[in-house]
Design a binder for this molecule. Structure first.
Ligand code: ADP
Ligand code: MG
Length: 486
């Protein structure tokens, strides 16, 4: 029997806001334990929550990015449970009337090679609701410690429909979510910092069936490879259960990355175990339509929309767009450089995708120099491409100029001047050099005379060598044609 996987994800993202969800304590990562707390976070008697508008607006923006509905009103519920990660013994969340309903996420599956676009699909979202994050428990050999710095951080839980059919699709969904949320400034989505966390619901059914089988919910998937491996493992496990004539029981399972297996944590709790009830301290939130529309108007272009536009408008190849568009910092860099010099978008994009990325990698042990630490700006690249296009610098020498400006932050025109790299009008000198080169290579000369323009390339190399790279290839062509064809 062939089995088909059915997967739905619940993705938690920490929203980018300065302060926490219901109180004005800053949110942050890597601080001394329990320094980002106050009586509200600690649930001391007599405190009241005050809603952070920024968290609401970030959530609305998320909904708009994915074409979802943002209802007029959303409400708060208490999810009651007793566990040391929450000193209040309840978590504020949205059970019945979430802030975002529906919507869909466009995903791209891996293509047959890096240079070929993969298949695109649309994955429906069920809804997204806001909740507050809880503290972090650190377990040691004989005791456990709690750090409440993370408690109260605004979390948006994005829940997909069970539309995903493979581990690859699940990974593609996370990548698309991350690209769009980062580009819109909604979350940094850094999985290593726990800013993006994911639970995966997996079931299998006979290929082609139209019903849903019982599912397992997997926890502790804290990396992309964890998501991929855990889902793949769980699909095999459930298929085996059915093959042996058994039934899958609905439960929560824990992924253990080290041993590469999932194990049962608990049978799925029912909603009423949490004794949800409307929070009496918080009013329902009314979202004025004008404000929603104002937020919509400020959203950046969608990642895949931008990619399609670059391919059409600028004739960029797929590979170039996948470097530039899938990295929001690079696409912003490109946009700014292009705004300053709009004559040659392809050259600008290539310098960003190739030279810039190479230089960023060169000085780092692993990874790339952060964009925020660059000494060069989009304006440097615009200027570099402009002086090349104006015939003042050869592409060949531009490589060294790039390295120099990257390392020093000096303007490209200044470097060219300082090092005497200007492409001079040296046609007399060049003519002498080319006469000599032609005398030495009669075969190529005959080919050019016979109309084979490609044969001119045989003279470009010697001309570059004799002028130490300052010859303009276009000028070399013209002179060779003049000398040979009169
Ligand atoms: P709960 O409220 O118990 O968390 P939901 O019905 O809200 O359950 O679904 C949670 C997640 O599980 C969603 O992402 C949904 O797409 C997914 N899901 C629901 N049913 C199945 C199934 N049979 N197989 C796989 N995923 C499922
Ligand atoms: Mg759930």
């Amino acid at each position: 029997m062939e089995y088909e996987a059915v997967i739905g994800l619940e993705v938690h993202v920490q929203l980018k806001t300065r302060t926490k969800m219901f109180t004005r304590v800053e949110q942050g990562f890597g601080h001394e334990p329990n320094t980002l707390t106050n009586p509200v976070i600690m649930g001391l008697p007599g405190v009241l929550p005050v809603l952070n508008l920024a968290a609401i607006e970030q959530s609305v923006r998320m909904g708009l990015v994915f074409g979802a509905e943002v209802p007029e009103v959303c409400r708060w519920d208490r999810k009651n449970y007793f566990y040391p990660d929450s000193p209040k013994n309840y978590q504020l969340t949205q059970l019945h009337e979430p802030i975002v309903v529906g919507g869909e996420v466009e995903i791209e599956l891996p293509g047959p090679s890096r240079n070929v676009m993969g298949e695109h699909k649309h994955i429906r979202l069920d809804h997204a609701h806001l909740e507050e994050d809880v503290g972090k428990l650190n377990h040691y050999d004989f005791d456990s410690l709690v750090d409440y710095n993370r408690a109260g951080t605004p979390l948006l839980e994005i829940v997909t429909q069970p539309d995903l059919r493979s581990p690859e699709e699940a990974v593609a969904l996370l990548q698309s979510l991350r690209m769009h949320l980062v580009a819109a400034g909604i979350s940094d989505c850094d999985m290593e910092k726990g800013q993006m966390r994911c639970d995966a619901n997996v079931s299998v059914r006979p290929q082609g069936a139209d019903y849903l089988n019982k599912r397992c919910e997997m926890k502790n998937l804290n990396s992309i490879s964890g998501v991929r491996n855990a889902i793949a493992y769980e699909i095999r496990r459930q298929a085996k259960v059915y093959e042996k004539g058994g039934t899958v029981i609905q439960e929560t399972r824990r992924w253990d990355a080290e041993s590469g297996v999932t194990t049962s944590m608990r049978s799925k709790e029912e909603a009423h175990d949490y004794r949800y009830f409307p929070d009496p301290d918080l009013m329902p939130v009314r979202l004025p339509r004008e404000r929603v529309e104002a937020l919509r108007a400020e959203l950046p272009e969608g990642v895949f929309d931008q990619q399609r536009r670059y391919m059409e408008q600028y004739d960029f190849p797929y590979t170039l767009t996948s470097v530039i568009c899938y990295d929001f910092e690079l696409s912003r860099f490109f946009e700014l450089a292009h705004a300053e010099y709009d004559q040659n978008p392809k050259a600008i994009a290539n310098y960003i995708a190739n030279e810039l990325q190479r230089e960023r990698a060169a000085g780092e042990e692993d990874g790339l120099l952060p964009m925020s630490q660059l000494l060069i700006t989009p304006s440097h690249i615009a200027e570099l491409v402009r002086i090349i296009d104006e015939g003042k610098l050869t592409k060949h020498l531009a490589k060294d100029v790039f390295t120099e400006m990257f390392q020093t932050g000096k303007r490209p025109a200044a470097i060219v001047k300082e090092k005497g790299l200007e492409q001079e009008d040296n046609s007399d000198e060049l003519e002498g050099i080319l006469k000599e080169a032609i005398a030495k290579n009669q075969k190529a000369a005959d080919d050019v005379r016979a109309g084979n323009e490609k044969a001119i390339n045989a003279f470009v190399g010697p001309a570059m060598k004799a002028t130490k790279g300052k010859a303009n290839p276009q000028q070399v062509r013209e002179i060779v044609l003049k000398l040979l064809n009169g």
